[in-house]
Design a protein around this ligand. Structure first.
Ligand SMILES: [Zn+2]
Length: 325
C-alpha cells in the first residue's frame, strides 16, 4: 500500500479574509495594506491546480467569517452572487477531492448563539473555559450552516488552538455534534501539529458509544506563509519555498524526511498563504510542490482527503494509537 499524503488548508471563507479580521497588524511586514478580500478568480486558480496535480486534503469553510454575517443568510459587504459563486465552486470543484469542514463559527470573536452577535472575546479564549454543554450547540451550529448550503461534513478544524485546554470535553462534543448533524458515527478533527517526530500519523482520539473520532495532525511546518509579506512572485522565489517541502529531484525537503521516518506527510498551509495578499504566489508554490510529488513520488504516496484518512484509521484502529506528547 502507498503512504497517504494530504494537504490541509486552514481559514478559507467566501471572499472575506478571516486573517485580515483577526491579524495584529493591518499591514504586511513590508508595509502594504493587508487584503480584506480575495477574488473568486483566485479560488478558480486553486481549483485548476488541485485538478491538474490530483491533490487531495482538507479545506475549511469558516461559516460566519469575521463575525460579518453567515454563509446561509449573506455576508456584510459581499454581493450575494459572489458568495453563491464561491460556495458553488467549492461544492463542484474543491469537493470531494478535499473534505470540507467548519473552522468553528467566525475564526474571530466568539458568537452568542441566541442573538448571533459577537462576544467581546475571541473564540480561542472563549473555548478555554467551555465544556460539552456549550461546545455541542456551538459546533453543531457550525456544521449546520455548512449543511444548509449543501456541504456534507464529518469533521472540524480548530481555529488557532481552540479547545486545547479542555480537549476531552472538546473531543466528545465534536463526535456528538457530527453524529447529530450528519448522522455519521465517524468524525475527524484537526487541532495539533506533530512536527519533527518519527512516525507522525493520525490517531484514534476517542471511542465512545459506537462513535469514533480521529485526530489528524499537521506533520509539516507552514512553509507558504512567508509569501504574504513580500511582493516577490518570481520563479526562483517560488522554487525556493517548494524546496523546503520537496526538492526538484525528490531527494530532500520536509515531505521526504517525514516519509523516511515512517510518517504521513500532512502538509499545512493557510488560505491567506495561498492568496499571498492577492498576488497568488502561494498558489504557484502549491502547483510546483504538486508537480514534484507527481514526478518523484507517484510510486510511493497517494493523495487522500480527510474522510479517506478517517476511514483508513477506523478500519485498522490498533495501528493508530495516540502518540505521547
Ligand atoms: Zn485557522
Amino acid at each position: 500500500m502507498k503512504t497517504p499524503i494530504s494537504w490541509l488548508i486552514d481559514d478559507p471563507a467566501p471572499v472575506i479574509s478571516v486573517y485580515h479580521e483577526h491579524a495584529e497588524s493591518r499591514f504586511t511586514e513590508d508595509g502594504r495594506p493587508l487584503a480584506a478580500t480575495y477574488s473568486n478568480e483566485l479560488l478558480f486558480e486553486f481549483c485548476d491546480i488541485i485538478e491538474r496535480r490530483g491533490i487531495r486534503g482538507k479545506f475549511s469553510v469558516v461559516p460566519m467569517p469575521g463575525n460579518k454575517g453567515d454563509i446561509v443568510n449573506g455576508l456584510e459587504g459581499i454581493d450575494d452572487a459572489e458568495l453563491k459563486e464561491w460556495l458553488d465552486c467549492v461544492k463542484s470543484r474543491v469537493m470531494p477531492a478535499f473534505s470540507v469542514g467548519p473552522e468553528m463559527l467566525s475564526h474571530h470573536k466568539a458568537v452568542d448563539l441566541e442573538s448571533g452577535k459577537a462576544l467581546s472575546m475571541s473564540e480561542r479564549h472563549w473555548a478555554m473555559t467551555q465544556d460539552r454543554t456549550t461546545f455541542v450547540p456551538y459546533i453543531s451550529k457550525a456544521l449546520s450552516l455548512l449543511k444548509e448550503v449543501g456541504m456534507h461534513s464529518i469533521g472540524v478544524t480548530s481555529p488557532w488552538d481552540f479547545g486545547i485546554e479542555v480537549e476531552d470535553e472538546y473531543q466528545h462534543s465534536i463526535s456528538v455534534s457530527v453524529e447529530r448533524v450528519s448522522g455519521s458515527k465517524k468524525a475527524w478533527f484537526f487541532l495539533r501539529d506533530v512536527v519533527d517526530k518519527p512516525n507522525a500519523k493520525p490517531w484514534v482520539a476517542l471511542e465512545e458509544d459506537g462513535r469514533t473520532l480521529v485526530s489528524i495532525p499537521a506533520t509539516t511546518r507552514e512553509h507558504i506563509w512567508q509569501t504574504i509579506d513580500t511582493p516577490r512572485t518570481d520563479r526562483e522565489y517560488v522554487c525556493s519555498i517548494a524546496d523546503g517541502l520537496i526538492s526538484e529531484d525528490g531527494k530532500s525537503g520536509e515531505i521526504i524526511r517525514i516519509l523516511e521516518t515512517g510518517g504521513y506527510p500532512i502538509i499545512i498551509c493557510h488560505w491567506q498563504s495561498l492568496m499571498s495578499n492577492g498576488l497568488g504566489t502561494g498558489l504557484k508554490v502549491m502547483d510546483e510542490v504538486g508537480r514534484r510529488v507527481a514526478e518523484n513520488l507517484s510510486d510511493r504516496v497517494e493523495w487522500m482527503n480527510f474522510e479517506e484518512i478517517t476511514d483508513m484509521v477506523v478500519a485498522d484502529k490498533a495501528a493508530y494509537p495516540k502518540p505521547k506528547f
